[in-house]
Design a protein around this ligand. Structure first.
Ligand code: IPT
Length: 963
């Protein structure tokens, strides 16, 4: 057993490494159902000769934990076992896999390989009872030469996979611990005289328009021909050729050419694109233009299948990314399933491909014995780098090789950088932990503060001790390989990041952490599961739920915000009478989009058309006059909407797909006519009545509103905490939760001070405060019977010295409604989705319609969500009619079938159940979101720091349910 023996930490005797090539040589896929036997410890009682005929079946590729053996476990940084490298526990779940394959009689003469695309984490392989080798490198290809043991006809295959091994110490990525053969397995013929490998290195000379190609082929044949489709060139081997008039490859225009290389024995095909990536004056460049990443970090993750992702799943990811203006992927933190890179070539996404190395858990022991700087691990490190680069070297989408993630710095990393610089001069080398940029070509940071980014953008970051290194680092462009932690409701502040990226050519953008929530489907039904839900004693809870898409790929509001912030076209309106149209891309011609406009009167479209004639080339800004037909109404709120939509269909969206929007208010606003008070409150048997249908108890409690029974009404200053509220931001000392709970905002007690009729108004004064403190709120609610309903003027005043930001401040009403979830809601305000002070780019002021159910965002961990801001009016359907709510000045608005308390307490979506009430929140404001789970908190401008609030709202029964 060599699971954890330093003598055995050496490159396994594998075939290759080499590229995955599309070939006409035969192959057999072994994907399907295999026999399986599981043991909770390293020692399995089963010999490799045992064929396992009666064993249960298991799906390959797949993880055994998701097929009934053992259970998933999640830790972010911490190793799930004692740190004593390279030793791992004997309690080491082990899977015995058995299958067989038939080699056809006409199998070509030559070598036969057995290829595994991914096995987690260490495995041994026997063919027909003979051991052919062992391997590790979970997200890397292992090829075994089985020529000497495989024979025509039936062959047996036995694979023993251990969950833990020495390799686990360098595969400590932030994800589920999931084991087994989780990527495809195949038997490959290597015909004698075939093409074992090829390396098509490409570049693009933007000055001459020439494509540059250097082709190297590994073959024993002396008769190799190479042809490039579309250019119809016969290519020499080994030397550089320049091909005039090629179309370059970019994420904007991913032009690929088919390269066909043949010998008498085999023909292989590779799609190549021509592009050059380089650094010029501290600016990251691609094909002569600055390259700015609007990227995401992507893990292979599927809610049912873990890392055993499907081709359709990968295609969905890539299409969703393109639809949301994402142009780059960092394959955090390992080489992805190889198919993903084909899709990135084809659809156009820049890739930073990351090596399967992370030793983050050593940070818990002061980085003692970190493998990155331990000679005994050198060969394993280099082997991983080579296997990644050799597998994927022909993908044009890859613009940087990343040495790994969170593995500290050390000689082994420096050696990997040196090897890759030598092997591939057409890409840059990235590694965030090379803080002094000793070996890398780009300065990378994660979760840098806004201030730090601004400083780096201005070339004013603190100096390094060594002046040569300092000068070198200052000559490099900077990226954020991770920023804007998309955990739960958030990230807030994306627009601020974008503004800073825009401000300096040195800043080449970044990669949001991360693409997808890794929630797993509970086999017993219910919501998505995360750390701790499988009985792990050590886990990191919901830190694995931090994606821009929910586990089922529903775009989160955070993704919509990102799409708006990263939009390829930007509309601004600084000059009166003009629309400024900016093409923010490097290569997309303006003819790609149709620019359209519409005017809306109180949210209803009254005129629309196409913006005539602007030809806005890449990087250009053009001013277009506002169309004459887009006139402001004098008697209504009028907005000009402008947008850019695809003129033609693309592989990732239909024609008409909107890529960017802007809006401008055309009218200058008019004072709202004051509603006349038409009658005073009257006493009735147990309280006070207004306009017959609105009733209060003796203590001033609202009991019915416009005829709708009210279960609860009162001020609120609490929100169901977002995960960003729960964490201490990098620039703070306490979390918002600590501040807010510390101040007792979650346990306010209301006391009616007075409830009296004063003239035409029913005036209710309360004091709302937590036990133990003398701070709180004094409220004065003035109710009146106005011409078209019941008017509430609510003044909230903060009492005491405590002046921290508040979660929210407003008024909540719960109507009795047994089917609240299915009710229809219409409103005029920001929409269609939710918005918060630091996440407002994706919404626009218009008229919207939805249902209470659809207005909830099902964040895997329930938390504040669904707030529609800037609301002018809403019409909410409820039992027995519609309630119309009109705000004198815009408010934040949310409707829910459950209370804030229930939302706050629930840990999984399936714990939330409608409580028979329709909860409506009318807020003067809410705190922003920030990204405190990793990175900065809510910026000062987006905090709800206030001494009080004034709300004026009119309620009435909406007789026609419409405006
Ligand atoms: C950073 C990791 O690189 C990433 O894998 C993920 O764990 C992220 O944190 C948090 O979700 S590292 C952290 C120390 C900033």
């Amino acid at each position: 057993m060599h699971l954890h023996d330093f003598e055995e930490i050496a490159p396994p005797p594998l075939y290759g490494p080499r590229a995955h090539l599309h070939t006409d040589a035969p192959s057999l896929s072994l994907d399907g159902r295999w026999r399986f036997c599981w043991s909770p410890t390293t020692e399995t009682p089963v010999p490799p000769t045992e064929e396992g005929d009666g064993w249960p079946l298991i799906e390959v590729p797949g993880h055994w934990q998701l097929q009934g053996y053992g259970s998933p476990a999640y830790t972010n940084i911490t190793y799930p076992f004692p740190v004593e490298p390279p030793v791992v526990p004997v309690e080491n779940p082990t899977g015995e896999y058995r299958t067989s394959f038939e080699l056809p009689a006409q199998w070509p003469d030559g070598r036969t390989l057995l290829r595994f695309d991914g096995v987690d984490s260490w495995f041994r392989v026997w063919v027909n009872g003979t051991e052919v080798g062992a391997s590790s490198g979970s997200r890397l290809t292992s090829e075994f030469d089985i020529s000497d043991v495989a024979r025509p006809g039936r062959n047996t295959l036995a694979v023993r996979v251990h969950q833990w091994s020495f390799a686990t110490y360098i595969e400590d990525q932030d994800q589920w611990w999931l084991s087994g053969i989780f990527r495809s397995v195949a038997v490959l013929a290597r015909p004698r005289g075939g093409i074992d490998d090829l390396f098509a290195q490409t570049g693009y000379d933007h000055r001459s328009g020439e494509g540059i190609l250097r082709l190297a082929v590994v073959t024993e044949s002396g008769r190799v021909t190479a042809r490039l489709g579309g250019v119809e060139a016969q290519l020499p081997l080994g030397s550089e050729v320049r091909l005039p008039g090629v179309d370059p490859w970019s994420a904007d225009l991913p032009r690929l050419y088919e390269l066909t290389v043949a010998t008498e024995a085999e023909t292989v095909r590779v799609r190549v694109g021509f592009r050059s990536v380089y650094v010029e004056d501290a600016v990251l460049m691609l094909n002569g233009a600055p390259l700015v990443f609007h990227g995401v970090n992507r893990h292979d993750a599927d809610a049912r299948r873990g890392r055993a992702v499907t081709r359709e799943g990968m295609r969905t990811d890539v299409e969703l990314m393109k639809q949301h203006n994402i142009n780059a992927v960092r394959t955090s933190h390992y080489p992805p399933d190889p198919y993903l890179l084909e899709l990135c070539d084809e659809y156009g996404l820049y890739v930073i491909e990351e090596c399967d190395i992370e030793t983050h858990g050593f940070s818990q022991v002061n980085w003692r014995d970190n493998p990155s700087d331990d000679k005994r691990w050198a060969a394993v490190y280099l082997d991983r780098m080579k296997r990644m680069v050799e597998r994927d070297k022909n993908h044009s989408c890859i613009v940087m090789w990343s040495l790994g993630n969170e593995a500290g710095w050390g000689a082994n990393m420096a050696a990997n950088a040196a090897w890759v610089h030598e092997r591939d001069t057409t890409r840059l080398v990235h590694y965030e932990q090379d803080a002094e940029c000793e070996s890398v070509d780009v300065y990378s940071r994660m979760y840098a503060s806004y201030e730090e980014l601004e400083a780096i953008g201005a070339g004013a970051e603190p100096r390094l001790a060594d002046p040569t290194r300092d000068a070198h680092r200052r000559s490099l462009p900077m990226i954020q390989c991770e920023y804007a932690h998309a955990m739960g409701n958030g990230p807030g502040g994306l627009a601020d990041y974008e503004r800073i990226f825009d401000s300096s050519p040195r800043l080449a953008g970044g990669f949001v952490w991360e693409w997808v929530d890794h929630g797993l489907v509970d086999p017993n039904g219910g919501g998505y599961r995360y750390g701790g839900d499988f009985g792990e004693c050590l886990h990191d809870g919901s830190f694995v739920i931090d994606g821009l898409v929910l586990p089922d790929r529903t775009p989160s509001p955070g993704l919509l915000e990102f799409a708006a912030v990263a939009a390829p076209v930007r509309f601004t309106f600084e000059v009166p009478g003009e629309i400024c149209v900016e093409n923010r891309t490097a290569f997309t011609p303006s003819t790609t989009w149709r620019l359209r406009w519409a005017t809306e009167r109180d949210g209803v479209e009254v005129a629309t058309g196409e913006l005539s004639g602007p030809c806005v080339g890449p990087g250009e800004v053009v001013a277009v006059p506002i169309p004459d037909a887009a006139r402001a109404a004098t008697d209504a709120e009028t907005w000009l909407q402008v947008w850019a939509e695809l003129a033609e269909p693309t592989p990732w969206a239909a024609a008409g797909h909107v890529v960017a929007r802007g809006q401008l208010r055309l009218d200058s606003g008019r004072p709202r006519p004051e509603a006349a008070v038409v009658g005073g409150p009257v006493l009735w048997e147990s309280g006070v009545r207004l306009a017959d249908t609105t009733r209060f108890g003796r203590d001033g409690a609202l009991e019915a509103l416009c005829g709708f029974p009210v279960e609860h009404a009162g001020i609120t200053a609490w929100r169901a905490l977002t995960e960003n509220d729960r964490y201490v931001a990098a620039d703070e000392e306490t979390s918002m939760e600590q501040l807010w709970r510390g101040a007792g905002l979650d346990r306010l007690i209301q006391r009616t001070v007075s409830a009296e009729i004063v003239g035409d108004e029913f005036v209710v004064r309360t004091r709302v405060a937590p036990a133990g403190f003398d701070h709180g709120f004094a409220t004065t609610a003035r109710w009146a019977h106005a011409s078209d309903g019941v008017r509430l003027r609510l003044a909230i005043e903060r009492l005491g010295e405590w002046r921290q930001p508040l979660p929210r401040l407003g008024y909540a009403i719960a109507l009795c409604d047994g089917t609240a979830r299915e009710r229809c809601v219409r409103w005029f305000g920001a929409g269609p989705g939710e918005s918060y002070p630091d996440s407002m780019t994706a919404v626009r002021i218009s008229r919207w319609e939805s249902t209470v159910r659809e207005m909830q965002t099902n964040y895997v961990v329930p938390q504040e969500n669904g707030t529609r801001s800037q609301l002018r009016w809403a019409s909410v359907e409820t039992a027995g009619g519609c309630l119309r709510i009109e705000a004198a000045s815009p408010i934040d608005f949310a409707v829910r079938p459950w209370s804030t308390g229930a939302l706050d307490r629930a840990m999984h979506t399936d714990e939330l159940a409608p409580d028979g009430l329709l909860w409506m929140h009318l807020d003067a404001g809410q705190n922003g979101l920030g990204t405190a789970t990793c990175g900065p908190g809510v910026r000062a401008a987006h905090r709800l720091v206030t001494g009080g609030a004034q709300l004026e709202v009119t309620f009435r029964r909406d007789t026609d349910g419409a405006e």
